[in-house]
Ligand binder design. Structure first.
Ligand code: HEM
Length: 164
């Protein structure tokens, strides 16, 4: 129970942190003031995610590291690795969240790295599905195919509009 709450709390903190950017693009008058909180929301989300991973190791996988990471009998193997990948991306973002890191990397490179957080958030969503269902792969496939269809249809429409 504690572990589920930690996972959901991490997702909430990270999700809010990443939502402020797009929201302040569309509604700058309302959301720009919250931009200063993004860093702290992100770092706290990362910290709670680490606690969640440790709790999972301790209580969900009974401290059996080999089973958790490498055993094909672990039906949530892919979910675990997706979560670890997300944590590694958030770790990189946290380590480079200082002014000094921005100066060392250059603003453009730093921004690119921070955008990678959206990928990590996608990985967390996939992790969520894989941990909560044994058919996670199926659900993700359906979503991906639906997304591909929408993309193809919008490309076709664009082409048609260009020809007209
Ligand atoms: C950024 C990293 C992560 C986030 C934000 C995250 C978030 C979540 C969320 C939201 C859930 C669903 C909770 C629910 O049942 O409602 C979940 C489940 C779970 N996660 Fe993570 N997770 C992350 C990384 C990891 C890692 C690295 C591990 C393993 C080492 C892990 C292990 C688990 C387990 C075992 C469950 C199932 C818990 C249960 O059903 O009792 N998570 N996670």
């Amino acid at each position: 129970m504690m572990n589920k709450i930690a996972g959901l709390l991490a997702l909430m903190l990270l999700g809010t942190s990443f939502l402020i950017g797009p929201l302040s693009y569309f509604l700058p008058q309302v959301f720009t003031q919250f931009k200063i909180y993004r860093k702290y929301l992100g770092i706290s989300g990362f910290a709670v995610a680490v606690i969640h991973a440790l709790l999972s190791f301790y209580s969900y996988f009974n401290m059996n590291l080999a089973f958790m990471l490498f055993d094909s009998k672990n039906e949530h193997l892919l979910g675990v690795w997706l979560g670890i990948l997300a944590i590694l991306i958030f770790l990189t973002m946290t380590v480079t969240s200082t002014k000094k890191a921005i100066e060392m990397m250059g603003a453009a490179n730093w921004k690119k790295l921070q955008t990678g957080g959206y990928l990590a958030l996608g990985l967390v969503m996939a992790h969520f599905i894989f941990m909560e269902t044994n058919n996670g792969l199926f659900i993700i496939l359906v979503v991906l195919i639906a997304r591909l269809l929408v993309l193809l249809l919008s490309l076709k429409k664009k082409k048609k509009n260009n020809n007209e």
